[in-house]
Ligand binder design. Structure first.
Ligand SMILES: Cc1cc2nc3c(=O)[nH]c(=O)nc-3n(C[C@H](O)[C@H](O)[C@H](O)COP(=O)(O)OP(=O)(O)OC[C@H]3O[C@@H](n4cnc5c(N)ncnc54)[C@H](O)[C@@H]3O)c2cc1C
Length: 378
């Protein structure tokens, strides 16, 4: 993936870029790319600042690529609102932008009596979250959908609306659309410091910019960027690593649905998931760590993932492994997204988007539109 600095029509549109932007977005992860698109669509002069040499240098480069329905999101939460709105927007634009969408549906699988009991609560929660297309299945009904499921399965809950997508092309398309609308993208440019005196002056590693408003989409560095902008300290990023094994395409036909475990308060758990590229993922783990940059792999953990996969779908035993990888979730001390609007400073922090950001990224329409009318085009 490669995004060029600035926008494709620079020569014709130079007059729009006098060093002052309506909105500066810090961080070109999926959230920053979607936010750039949203403001560009609203007609704002946008600059997207990314410290990496290309977009998706942080959490967004390595995830499970599920477009969630929000069936198990915390009820009445901002996360639920954004996941639902983001999914809806993705479904409405994917054809126009040429983006992949694989309708798999998911099975939440119960492997013992206690988990079976939990399925009732998950079904109620899905309904309360506005996700009606869920239905309880007996083990044999579930096995008609996924014949490879182990005969240890006790019961399952089908969630019809879950999809998988390509997690890289989607944000690339968002930022490309923003650039076509005139947005400037500055790669290899780190925000160092910002001050606000009615407008923002932003010092970066490649020069100084001015902007009417700032949106912090810095993912794993969201807390530090708030500090650089002299905004109040309201959260701390606590990276949560997820390791994955990618199985060969031979596994794909055995996993026509996303196989989910009963989630816990901390994690959605180990998923067995088809990909938009015809492979199968097993993962992710949920491991707290201090390091915000390195997502290392442990052989013993990868072996345990393979073992778990083969326990649940015995046909996956000895399936060739194509790749392994790990990603870091921008988790914080709380489960909730850390989204703050500082209207006095014309700044929004979209922080702590830990584990559903690919689904939620397009969902900020309502909030950002309100902000656009008050901040952009001043
Ligand atoms: C293991 C795992 C599995 C997941 N599975 C799913 C899933 O199936 N479905 C789903 O919807 N979501 C999933 N997610 C969550 C999703 O990947 C994240 O919510 C999302 O990537 C967060 O994006 P972001 O843009 O907020 O952060 P990031 O992707 O971290 O982007 C922030 C960007 O800011 C840049 N930056 C930081 N500091 C500065 C600075 N000072 N100046 C300039 N740039 C800066 C960084 O380089 C980075 O590129 C998963 C995440 C993980 C890790």
């Amino acid at each position: 993936m490669h995004v060029s600095n600035t926008h494709p029509h620079d020569a014709q549109r130079n007059t729009r870029h006098d060093g002052f932007y309506d909105v500066a977005i810090i961080g070109a992860g999926v959230v920053g790319c979607a936010t750039a698109r949203r403001f560009a669509l609203a007609g704002a002069r946008v600059v997207l600042i990314e410290k990496g040499t290309d977009i998706l240098s942080g959490a967004s480069k390595a995830n499970s690529a599920i477009l969630h329905t929000g069936f198990d999101a915390p009820p009445d939460s901002l996360e639920l609102e954004l996941v639902r709105a983001g999914r809806e927007e993705y479904l409405s634009i994917h054809k126009e932008l040429g983006l992949s969408l694989v309708h798999t549906g998911a099975l939440v699988c119960a492997w013992n009596a206690e988990e079976h009991e939990s399925l009732h609560g998950i079904e109620r929660q899905a309904h309360a979250n506005g996700v009606q297309a869920v239905r309880p299945l007996s083990a044999s009904q579930a096995r008609t959908l996924v014949p490879a499921l182990s005969n240890r399965l006790v019961a399952a809950l089908e969630v019809e609306g879950e999809h998988v997508i390509d997690p890289w092309s989607a944000p690339l398309a968002y930022v490309t659309q923003a650039m076509a609308l005139g947005a400037t993208v500055l790669r290899a440019t780190e925000l160092l410091h910002g001050t606000f005196d009615g407008t923002w002056t932003l010092q970066t590693s490649t020069g100084t910019l001015r902007a009417g408003a700032v949106i912090n989409c810095a993912g794993l560095y969201g807390d530090r960027v708030d500090r650089c902008l002299e905004l109040p300290e309201r959260f701390e990023i606590c990276p949560r690593k997820g390791q994955f094994v990618v199985l060969d395409k031979a596994a794909f036909s055995h996993v026509p649905r996303i196989i989910l475990p009963v989630p816990t308060a901390i994690t959605k758990g180990i998923v067995i998931c088809p990909t938009a590229f015809g492979n199968v993922l097993i993962g992710p783990t949920a491991e707290e760590q201090q390091d915000r940059t390195r997502a290392s792999l442990q052989t013993s953990t990868l072996e345990a993932l393979l073992h778990r996969g083969a326990e649940l779908l015995p046909v996956l035993r000895n399936m060739p492994v194509s790749a392994t990888y790990a990603g870091l979730r921008p988790a914080t001390e709380q489960k909730a997204y850390r989204v703050y609007n500082a209207p006095g400073h014309r700044a929004i922090t979209l922080g702590g988007i830990r584990s559903t950001g690919l689904s939620a990224a397009l969902g900020w329409r309502r909030m950002l539109c309100a902000f656009t009318s008050s901040s952009a085009r001043r």
